[in-house]
Design a protein around this ligand. Structure first.
Ligand SMILES: *Cc1c(COP(=O)(O)O)cnc(C)c1O
Length: 365
């Protein structure tokens, strides 16, 4: 920290991303990436001609991409805003719809960036604890008096989802504030709130290409809402970085969005692998939360979360462990290919067997 850093930022605790080792020696189940490649249409679109075009700025309006998204979600292009990752969409939304007098309401156990951005932007946080079983009680979000609300649905890192009808009641009860629904994982089995956009001018839905369309490294997300809300977001974008999406990403995104068959097929495989993974973990005595995402959140009585994370890493398998209140004994395990999950189970069997032998060997008095 230099002596020049603004005092307001000195207590800021930045988000810690999951480990991104730059070699391939790990089975990577720690940052919810898709194990399957992006649509082959995206690879085709990013060709030598496209690379040559990199000398020119990208389209600041992202016209073709917005058209593809609008067609897919039955919206007008004016109801969509692209982002450099949905992280940027969410950040722009907080910049646009929160301030010192308009707090941000969110759950205690949810995506860690909400808290970080609120800190960076000097936005007061209104933290609403999840229930004991990590479910979200919608009633606790009724009538928050104009606060901005953000709900990840399905939630991270739990994977648990609310029906769209329950979110709708929250949107209805908060007509005086914006409700942001972060649908980063919705394509793996959640129920989207996009169809509600035409009924509610205070609803903003944010999605990403990172998970269900296998484009995490391209950095592409999109916000959807009334044309008025989207105009507000564009006000922020054009005040910061008009060319926020690069040319190659625009091409990859537009083509991947049009490849509906590939999208459905790969999401279906991931969802099916999630179900067998949850069953295999349960067989081994794990508690597993009901997930609609491309990861499961699980714990065992046999070993502490941090120790199990370290033992798996030792065996070449990366999962995510959060050293945070309520969830320190849980691991978030991304869904890989079936063969990755098979290796995970073999590793868990070896680790837990070892742990129980070590326990048995201990003197009992
Ligand atoms: C992964 C994730 C995002 C952001 O993803 P981008 O790669 O920035 O699009 C947003 N919200 C949640 C809950 C996520 O898990």
């Amino acid at each position: 920290m230099s002596k020049f850093l603004s005092k307001r930022l000195q207590n800021l605790e930045p988000y810690t991303p999951g480990e991104q080792p730059q070699d391939q020696q790990y089975i990577k189940l720690n940052t919810n990436e898709n194990p399957y490649p992006p649509s082959p249409w995206a690879a085709e679109a990013i060709n030598a001609a496209a690379v040559n075009q990199l000398r020119l700025y990208s389209d600041p309006t992202c016209e073709k991409l917005l058209q593809a998204i609008a067609t897919r979600y039955e919206l007008q292009p004016e109801q969509v805003m692209p982002g450099n990752g949905s992280d940027e969409n969410l950040f722009f939304a907080l910049r646009a719809f929160c301030d010192e007098d308009t707090p941000l309401a969110y759950a205690d156990v949810t995506y860690g960036c909400y808290k970080v951005w609120a800190g960076l932007l000097h936005i007061p946080s209104h933290v609403i604890p999840l229930e004991k079983d990590f479910s979200l009680d919608p009633k606790k979000y009724y009538s928050l008096g104009g606060e901005t609300i953000v709900i990840a649905n399905p939630n991270a890192p739990t994977g648990m989802a609310l029906p769209a009808a329950e979110i709708e009641k929250i949107v209805q009860a908060n007509a005086g504030g914006v409700v942001i629904v972060d649908e980063a994982y919705v394509d793996f089995g959640g129920e989207s709130c996009v169809p509600l956009i035409k009924k509610y001018p205070n609803l903003l839905v944010v999605q990403t290409f990172s998970k269900s369309r296998s484009l995490a490294g391209a950095r592409l997300g999109f916000a959807m809402g009334s044309a008025e809300l989207i105009a507000d977001l564009n006000r922020v974008k054009f005040s910061l970085n008009p060319y926020n999406i690069n040319r190659l990403t625009l091409l990859a995104g537009e083509t991947a969005m049009r490849d509906e068959d590939y999208f459905r097929r790969t999401c279906g495989i991931v969802a099916a692998t999630r179900e067998t993974t949850a069953q295999e973990l349960a067989k081994r005595g794990f508690a597993v939360l009901p997930s609609k995402a491309n990861f499961v959140f699980a714990r065992t009585d046999k070993m502490a979360g941090g120790a199990l994370y370290a033992a798996l890493k030792e065996k070449g398998i990366l999962v995510r462990h959060f050293d945070a209140p309520r969830i320190a004994d849980w691991l978030r395990i991304s869904i890989g290919k079936p063969e990755d999950m098979h290796k995970l189970m073999e590793a868990l069997d070896a680790i837990l067997e070892n742990a129980s032998r070590a326990n048995a060997a201990q003197p009992t008095d």
